[in-house]
Write a protein that binds this ligand. Structure first.
Ligand code: SME
Length: 153
């Protein structure tokens, strides 16, 4: 199955999992769990904006991770500052990379917004190098739109 087809199926499954009347975390953890298992990822999670220029660990699936990241630091902080998706083929080559897990080899981080301001970033890590391309960017940006919608319920 092509990566596009996998993502199309995944988005449909995600949509059918979202329910009203529960905390946002419940829906979001379900989506992240599905994303991690279906796409064979190492770690997936959200870093939430907790101050003017700080991100704090939010809902995630995988091993325990770094808890606080300043805007401009690492891939997540760079995404928050630039307000655009970052794809890193080899994390060892990214200046200022924050290594939460030795197993992570490549990474994609997508910004999420509320009222036009950064609200969170979706951080997705793979144990394989160069795991992410423009197809992942397109679909993970759609996943982020879904998560923005969950926070708005
Ligand atoms: N590697 C990230 C930090 C978060 S962990 O990957 C879960 C970064 O450089 O921002």
């Amino acid at each position: 199955m092509s990566k596009q087809s996998q993502y199309e199926l995944l988005l449909k499954q995600m949509q059918s999992l979202i329910v009203e009347g529960i905390p946002a975390e419940g829906n979001i953890c379900n989506l992240l769990s599905l994303l991690k298992s279906e796409m064979n990822l190492f770690w997936v999670g959200l870093y939430m904006r907790t101050g003017e220029d700080t991100l704090g660990l939010g809902s995630f699936q995988g091993l325990p991770a770094c808890t606080v990241i300043k805007f401009g630091k690492g891939v997540c902080g760079t995404t928050a500052t630039k307000q655009e998706t970052q794809i890193v083929d080899d994390v060892t080559l990214f200046p200022g990379y924050i290594a939460c897990h030795a197993e992570a080899a490549s990474e994609i981080v997508v910004p999420g917004f509320r009222d036009g301001k950064i609200h969170f970033v979706l951080d997705v890590d793979s144990a394989e190098k160069a795991a992410f391309d423009t197809v992942d960017k397109e679909y993970l940006e759609r996943v982020v739109r879904m998560i923005e919608g969950i926070y708005a319920i």
